[in-house]
Design a protein around this ligand. Structure first.
Ligand code: NAD
Ligand code: TYD
Length: 354
């Protein structure tokens, strides 16, 4: 597919920045347009190494603004969309559910409308790839896995908004024939992860000798995947996935939160030259998250069998690389936690419409 224009939304965020980097470097013939509103979670620092590449462009746009979205489509005429822009944090969705409806539901429908309108004469060679989450399936008990056939049963405002956006994507395929694919992925971790989520928050607090807040009894279970393996899966499904199908993506890597935090403490004590067991003393059990899903676990057999995808690193390797990245990028971490980078963007974009 030479000379394609691919619009990646949410490219300044955690996963989006890895997808943008992969596409910019791997496909020099493509034009990659990164559309992002630069919310608290969006940070162009994440893309410093590729921002001057000739096949990369940035558009600061809020997907809730339908006219602004349409203007970007008119300007760049994308052949493919990889849609990652979202409000992504469950805890924030509990305090501000409407923000999640605006961005995750209305923003997605705005993008679907723009794609439908742009491509209406010919859907040939076009693709709308919606990046979703395993959280749409609800929660598992102690056994079983989410497959592509598992019925949706979201519990948090975040997962309800993502489930809704998934339904709209299917509705546009069924009603208008829009060419779509979906990926539903498990919890990601890795470089550039915003330190409100479990792993980077714990890394930040361990570095700073702050308490490590474990919700409830710490027995909640998540299936963790290294972010670069998610980006590889998105690349594969975007190019080779079957039209109108979904692919579950996961690490076959389940960890109870408390075991994961203990492993992190152990690895970090070694890397920081601290006495064994020192960081563990920081673990503090705190009030549980309301509606907390007990367990997520993805069955990623379909993407493995049909497209040959599997994770490239073990969890221990991925976690070690992640810790190293945070230790080598303390300035990034400090900027993000102090909010300095947001002040910078407010000044930088003060005269723009968005
Ligand atoms: P993130 O919060 O780190 O980044 C989200 C990005 O979207 C930011 O750059 C932000 O500025 C941008 N954004 C937010 N609202 C916007 C708006 N209204 N208009 C334009 N841009 C906006 O999120 P992430 O963890 O990188 O997740 C990316 C996608 O992957 C999301 O759709 C999420 O649901 C999905 N996902 C995430 C995980 C995970 O573990 N993080 C797992 C599975 C799926
Ligand atoms: P999180 O990273 O917020 O991802 P998600 O809720 O989307 O799975 O949380 C991962 C798990 O860690 C989840 O069970 C909640 C738990 N958790 C804590 O115990 N303490 C924390 O400070 C955070 C942020 C999460």
């Amino acid at each position: 597919m030479p000379n394609k224009t691919i619009l990646i939304t949410g490219g300044a965020g955690f996963i989006g920045s890895h997808v943008v980097r992969l596409f910019v470097n791997k496909y020099p013939d493509y034009k990659i347009v990164n559309l992002d509103a630069l919310t608290y979670a969006g940070n162009l620092e994440n893309l410093k190494d590729i921002e001057d590449k000739p096949n990369y462009t940035f558009e600061k746009v809020n997907i809730v603004d339908a006219d602004a979205v349409k203007a970007v489509f008119d300007k760049h005429k994308p052949d493919g969309i990889i849609h990652l822009a979202a409000e992504s944090h469950v805890d924030r969705s509990i305090t501000s559910p409407l923000d999640f409806v605006y961005t995750n539901v209305i923003g997605t429908v705005n993008l679907l409308n723009a794609a439908k309108e742009q491509w209406k004469d010919n859907f040939e060679g076009k693709r709308f790839h919606h990046v979703s989450t395993d959280e749409v399936y609800g929660a598992l008990g102690d056994t079983g896995f989410f497959t592509e056939e598992t019925a949706y049963d979201p519990h948090s405002p975040y997962s309800a908004s993502k489930a809704s956006s998934d339904h709209f994507v299917y509705a546009y395929a069924d009603t208008y024939g829009l060419p779509i694919v979906l990926t539903n992925c498990s919890n990601n971790y890795g470089p550039n992860h915003f330190p409100e989520k479990l792993i980077p928050l714990m890394i930040h607090n361990i570095i700073n000798h702050k308490p490590l807040p474990v919700y409830g009894d710490g027995k909640y279970t998540r299936d963790w995947l290294y972010v670069i393996d998610h980006a590889r899966a998105i690349d594969l499904v975007f190019h080779e996935g079957k039209n109108a199908e979904k692919y579950n993506v996961g690490g076959f890597n389940e960890w109870k939160n408390i075991d994961l935090v203990q492993l992190l403490c152990k690895q970090m004590d070694e890397k920081l030259g601290r006495e064994a067991g020192e960081s563990q003393k920081l673990i503090t059990f705190v009030k549980d998250r309301p509606g907390h899903d007990l367990r997520y676990a993805i069955d990623a057999t379909k993407i493995n069998k049909e497209l040959g995808w599997s994770p490239s690193v073990t969890f221990e390797e991925g976690l070690s690389k992640t810790i190293d990245w945070f230790l080598e990028n303390k300035e990034w971490l400090n900027n993000v936690t102090s909010g300095d980078y947001q002040k910078y963007y407010e000044g930088q974009y003060a005269n723009e419409a968005n």
